[in-house]
Design a protein around this ligand. Sequence first.
Ligand code: 5AD
Ligand code: SF4
Length: 474
Amino acid sequence: MKTENEVKIQQEYMEKVKHMNDKSLKYTIVTMGCQLNENDSEKLCGMLEKMGYSKTQNQQEADLALFNTCCVRENAEDKLFGKLGELKRLKEQKGIIIAIGGCMMQEKHITNKIKESYPFVDILFGTHTLHKFPEDLYKVLQEKRKREDIIDIDGKIYEGLPIKRNSNKKASVTIMNGCNNFCSYCIVPYVRGRERSRQPRDIINEVKELAMQGYQEITLLGQNVNSYLKVERQKGIPFEEYEGIHSFATLLQAINKIDGIQRIRFVSPHPKDFTEDVIEAIAKCNKVCKLVHLPLQSGNTKVLKEMNRKYTKEHYLALVEKMKATIPNLTLSTDIIVGFPGETEEEFQDTLDVVKKVKFEQVYMFIYSRRVGTPGDKMENQVPEEIKHKRFNQLKTLVESQIEENNQKYVGTIQKVLVEGESKNNPNLLSGRTDSNKVVIFEGSKDLIGKIIELKIISQHMWYLKGEKDGKTK
Ligand code: 5AD
Ligand code: SF4
């Protein structure tokens, strides 16, 4: 069936649910994991609101509890099972509907556990059937039966689903789904399927629409954003070239031209797909932020090979040099895993060495977590937990020692800051972010919210900078 027809059918289900629910109903949503999952949750919220539900933070008053799960690391599983335990009583007391979707639902051992230990859950849906949530909900309400809607076949890309965004200034736009890289620690290729890119026209239309609605910052999302349309090009899968877009670099250039959009970010790229055209596009496009996320995972060539990352320590460092030489004011953030199977003390030192050399703006640190079904899980030389924790703490200490030094570089400079709103800790102050995503707190009038202004940085405080209005509003 054509995707447009499928979306139409779901729109009809949304109408049907809306009519079934005569009183106003409430839902809670818990989102685990990455920004892609956050974006999927915005679509789920969009569908729910079309069906007459409104969001609440209070579980006690909710008629429906929705979980959008992640399975990248083990802790998300503990979190889900803990929450399900808490919901059991609400299910018995008031028949709340419980729905679980997302990456974890693509894992058989997890869905089996839910069916055995938490049989009161009403709907299980996967990553490839998210668009069918209205139909699943309708059938549960109508037939009063549980529903499992999970398939293993790569989902198509469905355009035109409603969306309820979390912010009215910053929006994320998914440009591709799935991953073809099969890093040996990672579960994503198994739960999100193969890479498939959205049509250029659909992305451009979405960004133009966002610009018209007053959004200033766009984050382009994908498991491997810089291989946008690569599979299509390599395998001859047809796509419609639109506004000159046939690659990630040309996509950046086209979005850079859209009036109203002031900042463009993207996550996550893979170092191996950082081709020259992408580096140049970042350098040339004035709206593309110069903070680039460049996942390292490990600084040791042997570990990288075991991880199936397809680059060496030297390649990575050479790429950083090349990017720094081409992109003025470049800052970098990264992801690092400690304790991958077989990682020795000496090999771990290579990771610390790269961190010392590159001086990342931000490091997302992870302790290796065994994921069922991945090659890493089958490796025999697993690193003991206490060693993993020791290495994690060592890395953390190094990273924190670099933050202050990094922050110090901002003091005395003028930074362009997108003003996001009141500061969480002090409503008399405003909070915004620099191009490099640093939080800046400053005094100013509320009408600056949503604007990009110039601020002089006067001091640094580990997790934020203090600024002073000194330039003019742009
Ligand atoms: N264990 C720990 N961290 C992982 N990541 C992915 N899989 C695992 C795993 N099994 C981390 C990687 C990735 C980020 C999103 O999560 O660093 O870049
Ligand atoms: Fe989690 Fe990965 Fe799924 Fe994102 S894609 S939600 S990080 S498992």
